[in-house]
Design a protein around this ligand. Structure first.
Ligand code: NAP
Length: 325
């Protein structure tokens, strides 16, 4: 099969297309013929060996995919050969075939394209768990989304609207804000345009109820300051590369709740997890949500796709169209 292979740690350009044997299938596993895969920022970190957990060389990067089940091992009952499925894995998705534990696979709802299913697994599920359970967003509340042009950010905009919130998108530049508007945001702040604290004050004179923060750095404190008394602030990631330090007196004076979200811990520990997963799949199946795909690359341009994401050029999700080569 053809696969994008990382033969040595380095920049995205080390990734090359190779013909390699199909991955062997073991107990409890399924082999999926990949139609589309989606890039997540950690994929670029794995390639440069900057991720918290290293991937042993050589490896096929790629953590999100959608396609068709081509083979299952004995005893697998949750999926069958021929099912259209999506799922996530640590590595292996930027290839014509991927082998995973069958339990990580979910059937793609009828009428949903493979590329949308591939793009949905990490960003939308993260945003939904955060909004539904941690922030417990209520209809009519003011939700502020930092990094609103990113994968999780645009998903949070879309899902915040679906939950009945009024969404303020904070993003860098007009194109990203226009995309957030198309996803339902109604208030806009360009975080590259100067004094963010003042801009948020002008946009939300009565303050916000919830901030979701995928960016960190210089955005976090001004956003926290714009919460009204009793607001909720959820820290999800640090795409800016900088972990912010927040003066604790702000938390005391404003009575805000600062919450942290980590997908694997939430999945393992929260009693809400299964309910949320069911609800978000229903939203996808009903076409009430659809991931925004900002760019698509064929498999043989996997390195260029990874470079695009590493350089922060992506708006929404970036797809590798494996079926088209
Ligand atoms: N805790 C969890 O379980 C979990 C789950 C999923 C993701 N995450 C983390 O959440 C963060 C966002 O993920 P994502 O998939 O949405 O990433 P993404 O699509 O690359 O978006 C990141 C956004 O961050 C903003 N940003 C600001 N400075 C940046 C910089 N120097 N480089 C890149 N982006 C910068 C950009 O916002 P603008 O639109 O304003 O330009 C960009 O759109 C990542 O750190 C990821 O690891 C955490």
């Amino acid at each position: 099969m053809r696969a994008a292979v990382c033969p040595t740690y380095g920049p995205p350009e080390v990734v090359e297309i190779q013909e390699i044997p199909s991955p062997p299938i073991g107990p409890g596993q399924a082999l999926v013929r990949v139609e589309a895969a989606a890039i997540n920022f950690p994929d670029t970190l794995l390639i440069s060996n900057q991720y918290q957990m290293p991937a042993p060389l050589p490896f096929v990067p790629g953590s999100e995919f959608a396609g068709e089940v081509a083979e299952i091992s004995d005893g697998v009952t949750n999926v069958a050969v021929g099912d259209r499925v999506f799922g996530s894995t640590f590595v292996g998705a930027f290839a014509e075939e991927v082998v995973v534990a069958a339990t990580v696979l979910t059937r793609i709802p009828d009428g949903v394209e493979a590329r949308h299913a591939a793009a949905f697994g990490v960003a939308h599920r993260t945003a939904y768990h955060v909004l539904r359970s941690l922030a417990a967003v209520q209809p009519g509340e003011e939700l502020i989304v930092l990094g609103a042009g990113g994968g999780v950010g645009l998903a949070a905009v879309q899902l915040g609207v679906a939950l009945g919130a009024t969404v303020t998108a904070v993003a860098s530049g007009a194109e990203r804000l226009a995309t957030a508007k198309a996803q339902g945001a109604t208030r806009f702040v360009d975080d590259t345009a100067g004094d963010l604290r003042q801009a948020l004050k002008d946009t939300l004179p009565h303050g916000g109820d919830v901030v979701v923060d995928m960016v960190g750095g210089a955005l976090s404190e001004p956003a926290l300051r714009c919460l009204r008394w009793g607001g909720r602030f959820v820290t999800i990631g640090y795409a800016s590369g900088e972990i912010p330090r927040i003066p604790l007196n702000l938390v005391l004076l404003k009575g805000v709740h600062i919450l942290g979200f980590q997908f694997r811990d939430f999945a393992a520990n929260s009693p809400d997890f299964e309910r949320n997963e069911r609800e978000i799949l229903e939203l996808l199946a009903a076409h009430r949500i659809e991931p925004h795909i900002g760019a698509t690359f064929p498999l043989d341009q996997a390195a260029a796709a990874l470079r695009y994401v590493a350089d922060g050029r992506a708006i929404g999700k970036v797809i590798i169209d494996v079926a088209s080569g």
